[in-house]
Design a protein around this ligand. Structure first.
Ligand code: CA
Length: 244
């Protein structure tokens, strides 16, 4: 992602707050943000109550430190897509962070459906495992630690839905890797977060709209926990490898 995107005037308040908090945390030698969010959940959420875990993460993101979780405004769109899946569906997520989206997916995913979540940061993966367990979904989420390019070839497919929410510049190459390894089936839904102008992975959006293998549309959204900052989510349905 190009750094200048963060210099857009709309991003100034967002940047100022996050830069200030990051500076304080660095000076204080604070643990990684995801682990602090995990500890906040442990103190404030009710074990086994997924709604209370999500509410604790929302409260932490608003009152303490911003979290790049899908959040309560975009979350319902993800839930809507999960709701379209058949019973026993398999879901893949690239970018787990604190486990917020994993919990939201499991809430809507009909049993025995399950989720594989690939996360490059071992600390984020630890936070995800603990938060998912706190929400009561430990047996339905398989968290894999590693880079997406290393982990994708090891996966068994196909997946009925893929949620892309990791490093935006990897969206296109990782989607092509999923295709190459046969991890999508005709009808698989690919949901890509943060495809609006501020973060836009243009190469990815161009690819899903023009390669002929997807029926793709953009859904309006806002940056997580910043409802005045416009964003978008790209929803693409795979037509198959031989689609024109
Ligand atoms: Ca995101």
């Amino acid at each position: 992602m190009l750094p200048w995107r963060f210099l857009h005037p709309r991003m100034w308040a967002f940047n100022a707050r996050n830069t200030f908090h990051t500076l304080i945390d660095t000076l204080q030698g604070a643990p990684p943000r995801a682990l602090r969010a995990r500890d906040y959940v442990a103190r404030h959420a009710t074990p086994g109550d997924a709604d209370s875990v999500l509410a604790a993460l929302d409260r932490y993101a608003i009152e303490e430190r911003w979290l790049m979780s899908v959040g309560p405004e975009k979350g319902p769109l993800l839930s809507e897509m999960i709701g379209r899946l058949p019973d026993g569906a398999r879901v893949l997520e690239l970018g787990a962070y604190c486990g917020y989206s994993a919990i939201m997916i499991c809430q809507r995913l009909a049993p025995p459906g399950n989720l594989v979540s690939v996360e490059v940061s071992s600390q984020n993966a630890e936070a995800t495992r603990d938060n998912v367990a706190a929400a009561g979904f430990a047996d339905r989420v398989d968290v894999r630690v590693g880079s997406s390019s290393d982990e994708i070839p090891k996966l068994q497919g196909p997946f009925d839905l893929v949620f892309l929410d990791h490093w935006k510049d990897l969206y296109k190459t990782d989607l092509q890797l999923l295709e190459k390894h046969g991890l999508l089936r005709p009808g698989s839904i690919v949901v890509a977060d943060n495809t609006g102008d501020l973060f836009s992975p243009h190469a990815y959006v161009d690819y899903v709209r023009t390669c002929g293998r997807y029926d793709s549309e953009s859904r309006e959204a806002s940056i997580e926990y910043y409802s005045h900052l416009p964003d978008a989510v790209e929803v693409s349905v795979y037509r198959g490898p031989d689609a024109p």
